[in-house]
Design a protein around this ligand. Structure first.
Ligand code: FDA
Length: 393
């Protein structure tokens, strides 16, 4: 005999738990299944253990999707303020770090405990360490086959996330289910991911790993002003992670180093004051010494300021404004914070996240082709899309 519920949610991550709370609040009998031993593992490790749980500025412009309008409805109906109200009701202390990013003062585990308490309050049941081997639909109900038996439900919500960090149990399960039910997919790729550099560039960057600098990172017309970090494999840091979501393998990115500094004036003034100084000494007043050294070496600038030709100073200023690099690749899903692409939003109702062609099945969270910037936006999408499906499932 199969068990029966009104709603089965596969995936006890941010989106799945929010959906369970909202469906449970409507009096639906909800069961959440997850193959992991603990719920919300990505919440636990997020934001360096403090969970950047939302961004007060979150709006449709902060998301990438083949249809940039799709996310509008869900985001409008469940806002960062709504999630913050929930956080405050649970007396979880929080702070704004930068750029509207809200973090727990104490621990990301507070967010998981809050979601579990809300699920319990509405009677939503959670079953962990339960792998799902098959899903089918008999025209009336979904049958979810697990190693511990079969569960039937009128509504099935797929909240199993994307492919990032396979070591944490990411599986691509949602895409397989979408394919099984004939829903289209937008090609997936790693997003918010460090970029790699070729061996020759890395050799030239010897000594740079660990160095961080304020930049504007650009790809085409898209730009982000944050820190970039040189690593043993290439480039990371928030500015690089942000731009990586717009970049495609082999394409060029450009860095504007220390955009607040007018290097033309700085160099001209330094030359007037003391022409015997070395160029790297002047640059190093505004950036890490190792980076200043690399930049002058790269352009073959030797000797004192007074000895530099106008052309070599101009070349340096140009490089500081527009340092082009062509990363051959990224670190991939192993370290990516998110998966771009996923279930094609053309197949989903933007109000409810329900599949248009298969009544009763919903896709939410990172599995869907809606991907946020770095800075709390991806959780806001998980909450908002989970909330939208929870109102309907
Ligand atoms: P999520 O991946 O959270 O949950 C999916 C659940 O489904 C998991 O519990 C998994 O075990 C389960 N599952 C998968 N396959 C299954 C299967 N076959 N059967 C059963 N269960 C299955 N975002 C942000 O806004 N602020 C932040 O601070 C961070 N920080 C951050 C750090 C790191 C290191 C990473 C990797 C990611 C972030 N993110 C983030 C992104 C954020 O974590 C992510 O977008 C959300 O967790 C997505 O929520 P979902 O519920 O869609 O998937």
């Amino acid at each position: 005999m199969a068990e029966r519920r009104d709603v089965v949610i596969i995936g006890a991550g941010a989106a799945g738990m929010m959906c369970a709370i909202e469906a449970g609040r409507r009096g639906r009998r909800v069961l959440v299944l997850d193959h992991a031993k603990a719920p919300g593992e990505k919440i636990r490790i997020s934001g360096g253990g403090r969970c950047n749980f939302t961004n007060i500025h979150a709006g449709p412009k902060n998301f990438l999707s083949a249809n940039p309008h799709f996310c509008k409805s869900a985001l409008a109906r469940y806002s960062p303020r709504d999630f913050l109200d929930l956080v405050e009701r649970h007396r979880i202390a929080w702070h704004e770090k930068t750029l509207g990013q809200l973090f727990c003062d104490n621990s990301a585990k507070d967010i998981i405990a809050m979601l579990l308490a809300e699920m319990k309050a509405v009677g939503a049941e959670l079953r962990l360490s339960t792998a799902v081997s098959a899903v089918d639909h008999d025209g009336h109900s979904f049958r979810v086959v697990t190693e511990n038996g079969v569960v039937e439900a009128a509504s099935l919500v797929i909240a199993t996330g994307g492919k990032s960090i396979p070591k944490m149990g990411a599986t691509g399960f949602a895409y397989r289910i979408a394919e099984q039910f004939g829903l289209p997919l937008v090609e997936t790729r790693a997003g918010l991911v460090p970029l790699t550099l070729d061996p020759a560039t890395l050799a030239a960057h010897d000594g740079l790993p660990g160095v961080a600098v304020d930049v504007i990172a650009r790809h085409g017309k898209t730009e982000f002003r944050e820190a970039a970090l040189f690593t043993h494999r290439g480039l990371s840091g928030p500015a690089i992670l942000q731009i990586s979501s717009y970049w495609r393998e082999g394409e060029e990115i450009a860095l504007h180093i220390c955009p607040d500094v007018d290097f033309a004036s700085v160099i001209a003034a330094a030359r007037r004051q003391n022409g015997r100084q070395a160029m790297q000494t002047v640059l190093a007043e505004h950036m890490p010494k190792k980076l200043a050294q690399l930049l002058v070496n790269d352009l073959g600038i030797n000797g004192s300021l007074a000895e530099q030709s106008g052309r070599s100073v101009e070349a340096l200023i140009q490089k500081l404004r527009d340092w082009r690099m062509r990363p051959p690749g990224s670190e991939g899903y192993r370290t990516a914070e998110v998966t771009l692409g996923g279930i094609d939003t053309a197949a989903l109702d933007s109000r409810s996240m329900a599949a248009k062609t298969v009544p009763g099945i919903y896709f939410i969270g990172e599995a869907v082709d809606v991907t946020g910037w770095l800075g709390g936006y991806n959780f806001q999408w998980a909450w908002a899309s989970g909330h939208a499906a929870g109102q309907d499932a």
